[in-house]
Design a protein around this ligand. Structure first.
Ligand SMILES: C[S@@+](CC[C@H](N)C(=O)[O-])C[C@H]1O[C@@H](n2cnc3c(N)ncnc32)[C@H](O)[C@@H]1O
Length: 206
């Protein structure tokens, strides 16, 4: 493990430290902006969130039919109790365990800070699945940390300390999804958090 990853693991081993960290970096604002500017959900829309974590994004998606998937049982339990009473389904599973027969069709699929946890084979499995399940006019929205030549050294340090082992460049993210989707629009943002950070946003259509 690199010293960056040891630093990162130490911070995230405590939930209080994790919450404080989320507040300090502006994670709440980040999700609000992502929901408003990129997800643009409609009431009644079917949304599939892969690697949903504790489904924090759901507070910004009013009235949707939401399915969240994550391999971490503690995250799924926490999301289930938090959102009981809403139109939600949670499943504890990894991308590699999923097949299309288990899932409903959707209008929007999300992978928020998740693709960089998947190796190429797993990411390709996910894309195949999404194309199969996406309703006409549907979208796959993927947001991840990104390495660029021009980013600051602080941003690069923070991104290199991420727990995901597959942080990619914009070209690499696009090359991953392009064989599966006929239209891929991507954007780099440096202004979504309170700290120096580089996000890569992809909107993919079948
Ligand atoms: C940085 S967190 C993001 C969580 C959530 N999407 C959010 O924006 O708050 C990455 C999530 O990806 C999940 N994850 C990692 N590997 C995965 C896999 N193979 N299949 C599905 N989810 C995975 C982790 O459990 C974790 O909850």
């Amino acid at each position: 493990m690199t010293h960056e990853k040891i630093f990162h693991s130490a911070i995230f081993s405590s939930s209080i430290a994790y919450d404080l960290f989320q507040w300090a970096v502006g994670a709440h604002r980040f999700r609000r902006l992502v929901a408003k500017q990129y997800i643009c959900s409609q009431v009644g829309e079917h949304i599939l969130d892969v690697g949903c974590g504790t489904a924090e994004i759901l507070q910004f998606l009013p009235g949707v039919n939401y399915t969240g998937i994550d391999p971490n049982q503690r995250y799924i339990q926490s999301a289930r109790s938090r959102y009981a009473g809403r139109h939600v389904t949670f499943r504890c599973a990894s991308v590699s365990d999923l097949h299309s027969g288990q899932l409903l069709r959707f209008q929007k699929a999300l992978a928020l800070s998740m693709l960089h946890h998947l190796d190429d084979a797993e990411a390709q499995h996910l894309c195949r699945l999404l194309v199969e399940l996406m309703q006409p006019g549907g979208q796959f929205i993927a947001i991840d940390p990104c390495l660029t030549e021009s980013q600051s050294r602080i941003a690069r340090f923070i991104i290199n300390s991420d727990r995901g082992s597959y942080v990619r460049s914009s070209e690499e993210y696009r090359a991953l999804v392009q064989p599966f989707f006929s239209h891929v629009q991507s954007e780099i943002r440096q202004d979504l958090l309170h700290i120096p950070y580089t996000h890569h946003i992809m909107i993919c259509k079948a």
